[in-house]
Design a protein around this ligand. Structure first.
Ligand SMILES: [Zn+2]
Length: 130
């Protein structure tokens, strides 16, 4: 994933590099007068090369920033997901945590003892569950 800004930076740096190649030759001719000035040409080439490199680096940097930003967004989404995941079990675990008195448990009418749902007779006094 690369942004359009970084693409523009990279493409323009390449185009500029090609233009500066010819620009250097023109510079050499202009500065050299009758004789071709190689020093001017090479200086122009080096300067333009550095500038193109800088422009390309800016494009690369934008790419990196965009990628880092995307990673941050993904990270944030993952953290949000984890947060909702870790909070969801806490909410659903609450009923399990307290085995509620209820859920089929019954209290003996005769002695008041609490019995489990699958017990048909009171564990204390053997009274039939009614
Ligand atoms: Zn009982």
């Amino acid at each position: 994933m690369s942004s359009t800004v970084s693409k523009v930076c990279k493409i323009s740096s390449i185009v500029l590099g090609i233009l500066c190649f010819f620009g250097g030759i023109v510079m050499g001719k202009v500065f050299g007068g009758r004789d071709f000035d190689f020093v001017s040409m090479i200086t122009a080439w080096i300067c333009s090369f550095l500038f193109c490199l800088f422009l390309y680096a800016v494009g690369e940097l934008i790419d990196l920033l965009v990628a880092a930003n995307n990673n941050l967004i993904v990270l944030a989404e993952q953290q949000e997901e984890q947060a909702s995941r870790s909070s969801a079990p806490a909410a659903s675990a609450a009923p399990y945590a307290s085995p509620a008195p209820g859920s089929g448990d019954w209290v003996c009418k005769k002695c008041g003892a609490r019995n489990k749902a699958d017990n048909r007779f009171c564990k204390e006094c053997d009274t039939y569950k009614s």
